[in-house]
Design a protein. Sequence first.
Length: 403
Amino acid sequence: MGIALELVRLANEYRSTWNQGVKILFTDGEEFKMLGMHKALEKNPEIFDNVGFIINIEARGVKGPALLFETSPNNEKIIELYSKASKPFTYSLTSTIYNFLPNYTDFQLVKGTIPGINVAVIDDLWYYHSKFDVPENIDLGSIQHYGDQLTPITKEYLTNSKYSSTKQLKGERDMAFFTIPIIGIIKYSENLELIVTIITSILLTLIVGIYLKREPYRLKTLLYKLLRLLIKAVIASIQALAIVLIYAYATSRDYKLISMVVTKWDLWVAFLSIFAIFTQLLLTFKLRKQGSSKRLPFYLMGAAISLTVWSILIHIYLGNNFFTLIPVMVSLPILLLNIAAIESRLWIRVASISAIITIIITLAPFITSLIIALGIGALPIVVIPAYFAFITLIPLGETFINE
């Protein structure tokens, strides 16, 4: 409520430049089958007359960044508008993930007819709708982040003459998008993602073919590494499941894959579990100083092939595969440098550190949001994309071991 009122207060400062109007709707009974929104649509449908854009301000916690987790269908023009936000934070994949959750927001009832966005903080669900849900526990940084995103969007929509038509934000296709800290929002068509996935797959196939043509006896080595990586992914998932089951038993909760009842320490347990699992897996790689340059291509190819297969499957079933495709894309230049047999290791190390930074800053916020959104019960699933990103970092890190 406070965020909505503050947005309107700020918008009134440039009231003379508006090309659109503003309506504020406060509803109640959302958790009880969206009762307030149903009644608004039933008793006062005129509220929604001449509405061309909806900003649904939500919360599923009391802190963390304000996440744009859903848009209305055919969102190409909405994402163009959202790109005006300061400090954007969004992933198109969250719309798919959101559909797996057992709860919906008021926006669910109108998103098919009116363009709009759903924005919420999702961290610290322990405090949400409980006796701890008091103003003192609300993070002011989260409130500010709502403002950082929604204030510029509101101003753009109200003052830009192209939005004077309520039909302006109705697009014809969906965009895929994600955000990178500091850089901002990266948006592209889903068709482009398919094209990039195909090109990346072809390039990787060519690179693997060149390596194996030079050293055909290494085919068994590559296949062995692929099998080993897949087995380790399964082991990581089983270990995560075992940890969560023990934790659920210790805290007297029933295990659920999605939206397990939350406790205060879930996120810490999830992070410590991932750290422990990956540390144990790291030790099995037996990193060594001698011969790491010869091992690098095959470890990296094994990781890249695994991720490429996952990228194709995820694109087919979920429609957005940036979190598996990016590690492959940043690995290709290192493999190409190895093919060129550059004498100096400098360029390989520069490319490797760039790849490591890109993977970490792109995927770490996403994986964290995934754990928070789905709950600790989903850790056996979340650990798999985290694992495949992790195994790419291992051979990249080996380039910094002195030979």
